[in-house]
Design a protein around this ligand. Structure first.
Ligand code: FES
Ligand code: FES
Length: 165
């Protein structure tokens, strides 16, 4: 009897089919089967938020999700948020505001902030702190990340005005 299960997932707009072991974590599937190295792994038990991806548009911790649970669903990773070789405005804001040092935590922050600003383009300070407090960073002290979110909000709003102008 086969111990693997065939899953079909859409990742960053591309459909993938694969046979996976029922216990394989979604994190491992994305990193090792699809070679999406932007999905970082920290604690591997749901605490640090570094492995955050979007599953059907919602930010989830991929280390708490089994690959088989993603069967039939849509995933976006850090590799899928920007077009061509351009950085997404949130990524650009992180660069400009020194929102990263070692960068290990950065994909988790960017994906969590992506969800926040998509659903709430003008979040309150408390809402911003609530989201960035859900991801662990050992380097920055968070102030530069908070500034990066503020900058990203401005960039996204400027982009929308340019489109509607
Ligand atoms: S690696 Fe998933 S929450 Fe830490
Ligand atoms: S930049 Fe190093 S852990 Fe956040």
């Amino acid at each position: 009897m086969s111990t693997t299960k065939l899953i079909r997932v859409t990742v960053n707009g591309k459909v993938h089919e694969a046979n996976v072991e029922p216990r394989m974590l979604l994190t491992d599937f994305l990193r090792h089967e699809l070679h999406l190295g932007g999905v970082h792994v920290g604690c591997e038990h749901g605490v640090c938020g570094i492995c955050t991806i979007l599953l059907d548009g919602r930010a989830v911790r991929s280390c708490l999700t089994l690959a088989v649970q993603a069967d039939g669903h849509e995933i976006v990773t850090i590799e899928g948020i920007s077009e061509d070789s351009e950085l997404h405005p949130i990524q650009q804001a992180f660069v400009e505001e020194y929102g990263l040092q070692c960068g290990f935590c950065t994909p988790g922050f960017v994906m969590a902030i992506f969800e926040l600003l998509r659903d709430n383009p003008k979040p309150t300070e408390a809402q911003i702190m609530d989201v960035i407090g859900g991801v662990l960073c050992r380097c920055t002290g968070y102030e530069s990340i908070r500034r990066a979110v503020t900058s990203a909000i401005k960039k996204l709003q400027a982009g929308k005005s340019a489109v509607s102008a």
